[in-house]
Each structure stands twice: as structure tokens, then as C-alpha cells.
Design a protein around this ligand. Structure first.
Ligand code: MEV
Length: 415
């Protein structure tokens, strides 16, 4: 029998024992895994299953985001060098041009209940029962009413599929400042028996959609010609045009936007997979396209706009369990989920702006490699002021490999 069967019943200590025996995890490695930082092992053990440790990622601040006249210092949690610097850079140039304007929809999440094996006339039966279904949906969402949210609307549509006709009953719920997955899924599971009773068929999936098109945030900036210079504006427009016309570039263009959006999602304890799924499926509606757009106004200034579905919260879930998420939100100063989503949209736009500006002019490798060189130095075993010295040697040589870092360190130590 596998030593891993019943792993979930073991204590973290026992799990570590198994990992040492079965996978050769050393004492030193176990210590690293079990260094749980501010989260604490007990909390981590309650957050997911079969816990064996905690991973750590850096959090940095991108300062100076002027959004709707308010300044934000934005916490970003990410492993990639240059992302925070690029966001800060985009924000600085935006602030010099008057900052971002942003807005967001009401926080409406949509849940889908699937009925299969339905007989003709299902839509009619749904319409007849709609009032009763609405009353029950309202009751099932009553918990959120005290915060100003609650059930808003229900509708149904028939789908012709390879496995016959299905009915999709969709519920809109205003979830206010939570992400809303649990509220929606609880509603759907609670109401499914009534749907079957009134409409017929068999209940199958009952789950929210991550394509949160009713919960979009928008940000805009007019980067002044005097701040950017005409050549930079043309370079950004050329870069954007390429993303519009070539899906291979578009994927990377949007990845750059997600560098910013995800980093804020992670720092604030939000479900970044939900954010990713929503945004990429949104980008694919009508053919995969850039998530933002650029154009020039009559005076030659560069206008950048972005619109993203953003199902994020400022309360509930991991935001409450993870102390770092709460501290990040405190630093950010976003009071509501809508405000957070506006900041995320502005960060995504700033991130892409900074990437296109660098890519279309001096390139990104110089800045990127500076941090990368320090990482290589650490991996090679450098410590203290050796790190900067080894990094400087790598930059001077223009060689960024582990081998080069080892050699440089040995040279520095006179070995
Ligand atoms: C790297 O993580 C992100 C970029 O590739 C984005 C882009 O190319 O626009 C620099």
C-alpha cells in the first residue's frame, strides 16, 4: 500500500516524515517547507488539504497610482522581476498626465443551474414558476441583503447540445464586497430541487460562471504628448496594432496586463484563477483580442483604455484567513470590491503601457536582467555584498547563466 494513502489523516509532522522517507526530503528542506511565516502552519492546514508547508512570494509596492483623484500605493505579490518597477513607472507617467479615471459595475455575479433530459415546453414552465423561483432565490441570498446586495434576477435559456436539449437557469446576485462564489453556489444547490419540481428534467451542474461580464471594471488614462514624446506614442500604437493583428503577440500583450492584475489579486488574497479564467474568456468573446486599446486624441495625446471582468472581494474567504491579504488591503486603502477592481484595471493598463513603451524603445532586458543577475548570484551561493558584486560582473560580461554566476563568485572569492 502507498505510504501516501490516508495522507490527509496525518499530522503535518507525520506527513513530513513520509516525505523524508519516500521522497528523500532532507531536514534542511523540511525546515524550509515548514517555515510558514505570518500564515502559520495551523492556518495553512485549515486552508487546503494534505498540507506540508507554505510557499513564499515577495510583495512589493507600486506607488503613486492616481485614480479618480485619489493616490494609491498598490501591493503586488509576484515572483517576476521588473513587474513592480514597470507598474510604478506606468503610474508615474500617468500621474504626470493627470492620472487614471476608473469606474466599475455593480458587483453582480451569475450562477448557472443545468437541467438535462428536459421535455418540450420547459421555457414556458420556467416562466410560470419564475415568481416562485425568485422568492426562494431571494430567501437563499438573504444573508447579503443587510449589506445592500441580494438576489436580482433569474432567466432561462434552452441549449441544443450533442446530448440533447438542456435548460440553463441563470441567477444574478449582487454580492457586494465578497467574491461571491460560495453565495452563488449555495443558492444554486438550494434551489435546484425546486427547479426540477417545477420544470422537470434532471439537475446536473450548479455553479457560478467565472465569465463575470456583469461585474466589469474600466480604467482610462490620457498620456500627454509632452510627457511621452511623439516617438514613444507611435511606438506604443505600433505595439498595440501588432497585438490586434496577431494572436501570438496578443497572448503576450494580455499576459503583461495580467502580470499587474494577478499580482494585486494575489497580494489581496483573491482567487486569481477565477480572475484569469474570466478575463481570458472575455478576451475571447468574438475572437481573442487585446484587453485594452490605444488611440490618439485630436491633440496627439495617447489615450489608453481597459475593460475587464473582475470578480474580486475585499472580505470573506482567504482574505480573512490570510493576514497578509488584510494588510495589503489596508495599505491599498480600497474600501469596497468595486474600488479594488478599479485599481486592478488601472494597474493592468499601466503595466501594459510600461511594457509597450519599453519594448517599442530601449527593450526590457536591461532592467529585467539586473534583477535576474542578483537572483543568479544568490543561487550560485553569494551572500551579503557579494550578491551585488557578482551581479555587476554578470551585467558587465552580459552573461546570465548559473555557470557564469558560479565562476564570477569563485573569482571574487579568489578561489
Ligand atoms: C513579461 O512578463 C511581460 C511582457 O512580455 C509583456 C509584453 O510583452 O507586453 C513584457
Amino acid at each position: 500500500m502507498s505510504k501516501f494513502s490516508g495522507f490527509y489523516k496525518k499530522t503535518i509532522e507525520e506527513r513530513m516524515g513520509i516525505l523524508k522517507e519516500e521522497k528523500g526530503v532532507t531536514d534542511e528542506e523540511a525546515k524550509i517547507l515548514l517555515d510558514s511565516g505570518s500564515l502559520g502552519l495551523d492556518t495553512a492546514n485549515r486552508m487546503i488539504e494534505n498540507v506540508i508547508g507554505v510557499n513564499h512570494l515577495p510583495i512589493g509596492i507600486a506607488p503613486g497610482f492616481m485614480i479618480n483623484g485619489k493616490e494609491y500605493e498598490v501591493p503586488m505579490c509576484i515572483e517576476e522581476p521588473s513587474v513592480v518597477a514597470a507598474a510604478a513607472n506606468g503610474a508615474k507617467l500617468a500621474a504626470k498626465s493627470g492620472g487614471f479615471t476608473a469606474d466599475a459595475d455593480e458587483p453582480i455575479m451569475v450562477g448557472q443551474a443545468q437541467l438535462v433530459g428536459i421535455e418540450d415546453g420547459a421555457l414556458g414552465r420556467f416562466e410560470q414558476a419564475k415568481a416562485e423561483i425568485s422568492v426562494m432565490a431571494k430567501e437563499l441570498c438573504a444573508g447579503i441583503e443587510q449589506y445592500g446586495g441580494g438576489f436580482r434576477e433569474v432567466r432561462a435559456r434552452e441549449l441544443e447540445t450533442g446530448r440533447g436539449k438542456m435548460l440553463l437557469v441563470e441567477f444574478d446576485v449582487d454580492v457586494r464586497d465578497i467574491m461571491g462564489a460560495n453565495t452563488i453556489n449555495t443558492l444554486l444547490e438550494g434551489i435546484a430541487p425546486l427547479l426540477v419540481e417545477r420544470i422537470g428534467g434532471k439537475s446536473r451542474l450548479r455553479i457560478l460562471t467565472n465569465l463575470a461580464t456583469k461585474r466589469k471594471a474600466r480604467a482610462k488614462c490620457v498620456w500627454k504628448k509632452e510627457v511621452l514624446g511623439e516617438e514613444t506614442i507611435e511606438a506604443i500604437l505600433d505595439g498595440y496594432e501588432l497585438a490586434k493583428n496577431d494572436i501570438y503577440r496578443c497572448a503576450t500583450h494580455n499576459k503583461g496586463i495580467m502580470n499587474g492584475v494577478d499580482a494585486v489579486a494575489v497580494a489581496t488574497g483573491n482567487d486569481w484563477r477565477a480572475v484569469e479564467a474570466g478575463i481570458h474568456s472575455f478576451a475571447s468573446m468574438g475572437g481573442y483580442k487585446p484587453l485594452n486599446k490605444y488611440y490618439k486624441d485630436g491633440e496627439g495625446n495617447l489615450i489608453g483604455e481597459i475593460e475587464l471582468p473582475l470578480a474580486v472581494g475585499t472580505v470573506g474567504g482567504a482574505i480573512w484567513t490570510n493576514p497578509i491579504a488584510q494588510i495589503s488591503l489596508k495599505i491599498l486603502g480600497a474600501k469596497t470590491a468595486r474600488e479594488l477592481s478599479m485599481v486592478m484595471a488601472a494597474v493592468g493598463l499601466a503595466q501594459n503601457f510600461a511594457a509597450l513603451r519599453a519594448l517599442g524603445t530601449e527593450g526590457i532586458q536591461k532592467g529585467h536582467m539586473k534583477l535576474h543577475a542578483s537572483n543568479l548570484a544568490v543561487v550560485a551561493g553569494a551572500s551579503g555584498d557579494e550578491i551585488e558584486k557578482v551581479a555587476a560582473m554578470l551585467i558587465q560580461e552580459g552573461r546570465y547563466t548559473a555557470e557564469a554566476a558560479k565562476k564570477a563568485l569563485a573569482q571574487l572569492r579568489g578561489e
